[in-house]
Design a protein around this ligand. Sequence first.
Ligand code: TEU
Ligand code: CA
Length: 554
Amino acid sequence: MKKKWWHDKVAYQIYPKSFYDSNGDGIGDIPGIISKLDYLQDLGVDIIWLSPCYPSPLADQGYDISDYYNIDPRFGTMEDMEQLIAEAKKRNMYILMDLVVNHCSDEHEWFRKACEEPEGKYGNFFYLRDKDEEKLPTNWRSYFGGPVWEDLPGTNKQYLHVFHKKQPDLNWENPELREEVYKNINWWLEKGLGGFRIDAIINIKKALPLRDYEPDREDGLCSIHKMLKEAKGIGEFLGEMRDRTFKKYDAFSVGEVFNEKPEEIPDFIGDDGYFSSMFDFNETIFGQSEKGWYDAKPITPDDYKNCCFDAQEKAGNIGFLSNIIENHDEPRGVSRYIPEGDCCIESKKMLAALNFMLRGLPFIYQGQELGMENVPFTSIEQVDDISTLDEYRVALDAGLSPEEALKVAARYSRDNARTPMQWSDAPHAGFTTGTPWLDVNPNYTEINAAAQQEDSGSVRNFYKKLIALRKNPEYKDTVVYGSLEPVWREQHNLMAYYRKGDSTLLVIGNYQKEEQTVTLPAPYQKILLNNYPDTAEKNSEITLHGYQVLILEM
Ligand code: TEU
Ligand code: CA
């Protein structure tokens, strides 16, 4: 594997709207991010991914872009963005923006022109079909519910949107559209961006000709995945994009890729892959059901372990996965991956270490370093996210009571991760002096950055130690490039693995509240990290406390 500049880095995702509000309008902004760069540098972060901050009607919180060459005034100005890039650079940090090019906003100029003249140049930027009163062009269900077809205003046509109806899909088959995308990427890279996170990219290739598939719910529609499974040839688009953009700048790119096949991994993230890296979503998608969130199967510690190891095995030495515990589309990882009732400082640290020491690039989502938790929603009125509102309705339609449906929505809601960052115990968690666009999690008086920065035993300080270990010259090569070998894989509620390089490290996590004993294959030399003040050991036997995690040098 060729070594790359970003391999030894630590990345951090910012959801700008909820990170820090500098002017009291209740919305996080770019000057707010600039003012927190020192906080991130202190943590040890090198790469910062910003969720979209381009002009947008915010139908899907900025994932519906109406101008690819600007900054939404709610988030700041282009000067702010340039300053952020420059300030980051001073601290040896890199900024990634979100590249959302499967679709744009229906308020983008291209779409407006397509409505005015569907047969003209911009009509071909989208998927348009003649409207038939009797039948939709295809029976696909959009990710956010309902059919993917909507009337094209002022015409007798319909347009395709695999996400929200305010997110019309762009027609990647059209070379003119692709040129526009590459031009935009290069324009931003010229400004000194480190690269991009690439949104929903597996959707850009549709199976042509468009057709119906077997319906999978009573609405008579079918999941988009049925079509995606049949779509061949996405590699031509992705390879072209890489060559025309990222490659020329040695930029970093991380793809939001779902359901890749094992044999495709070299194409995606091998030495000359389409992307530098792609997220490991094995844990995220575990237990998903075609029926909806209400039918999802919760993940157990053993499932979690198997998901991580399977992904590691698939990526092997081919390339670097980007490892996450959560992101802006998912519930908080500590609430999801730690069994109910067991979420505490020790278990949060255990989860952090098990994830962080995997081979690949660690991504921390804002607040994860504090152990931020899911929101105790008491009413669906508290939810803003379109996806959650849809899944709530799906649960009701399936016959769940409003209480049960709320529980489902609360468990998986994307808003769990979107509540404001908890900076302090000041009102609204110190996020804003005004009224936050989304309520803060009421637990901010206990879980907040200010308190954790003071406390050497905090989750945040544990993250700092993990990052420091990754950067420690003595262990860096092993943590970054060492191979990963599972140990005691069959042992229930235990996740353990070696990282082998110049040194040999053994990571052991007792994934339960009861004690558990392991017998080391050989004596260790040193404890590099422990989430407890002690270890109970006798000869080569270690009795781990509940949720104890150890990183040992062997
Ligand atoms: O997500 C793409 C995606 O397929 C899912 O994660 C989706 O958000 C989920 O199934 C809905 O619950 C990306 C972005 O990360 C997400 O925020 C956007 O909503 C989506 O693309 C559309 O741009
Ligand atoms: Ca603001």
